[in-house]
Structure formats: structure tokens, C-alpha cells
Design a protein around this ligand. Structure first.
Ligand code: FES
Length: 102
């Protein structure tokens, strides 16, 4: 497991997402209801960048910008078909930094 220092918390405004390179991967990090969530950035449907999606359902889901597939921010699971899930990553705020473990 490697820690990646991504940004300062204020660099991802509440209600938005940003994409970060973490080693070989591109990870989307979302700021919703004061918490940060990280998951694979590539939508399982046709590969849209999830970081450009809309946080919905009171901050509990992320909706793909292309065709609206919606994933739970806590679990990464598709809300319609939970067998489909975006890979989740651990993310935390420590010493004024957003840190991803992957
Ligand atoms: S590419 Fe995400 S729903 Fe189609």
C-alpha cells in the first residue's frame, strides 16, 4: 500500500470531484457532506470520467456525466445493479493534506 499526497482539502470544493493520478491509476476523489470518497475514475459503462459527474441523493451517490449510471459513494456499487462496482480506495485528511492509500 502506497500513500499518495493529492492536494489540500480546499482544492476539492464541497459537492465536487477531481481526478488524480496515483501510480498507474486515475482515481476520482469526491467531497460530499464534509467527507472525502475515492474510487476508480473510469465509469464501468462506457468509460466516462466519474470526476465530472454530479453528486446526488443528498451527497450519497455520484452520477456519471454521460448516461447517468449512479454509484454509491460509500461502497462504489451501482445503485441499480450492485454486482457492478467501481473500485474504492481509502482516503483521509491528515496534516492538512488529502491522502490516498492505494
Ligand atoms: S459512461 Fe457512465 S453511464 Fe455511460
Amino acid at each position: 500500500m502506497t500513500d499518495y499526497f493529492l492536494c489540500k482539502p480546499g482544492d476539492i470544493p464541497e459537492g465536487e470531484g477531481r481526478a488524480f493520478q496515483a501510480g498507474e491509476r486515475v482515481v476520482a476523489v469526491f467531497h460530499a457532506n464534509g467527507r472525502f470518497h475515492a474510487m476508480a475514475n473510469k465509469c464501468l459503462h462506457r468509460g466516462a470520467s466519474m470526476c465530472d459527474g454530479a453528486i446526488a441523493d443528498g451527497g450519497s451517490t455520484i452520477r456519471c456525466p454521460w448516461h447517468n449510471w449512479t454509484f454509491d459513494l460509500e461502497t462504489g456499487r451501482n445503485v441499480i445493479d450492485p454486482r457492478e462496482a467501481l473500485r474504492k480506495f481509502q482516503v483521509r485528511v491528515e496534516d492538512g493534506q488529502v491522502i490516498l492509500s492505494a
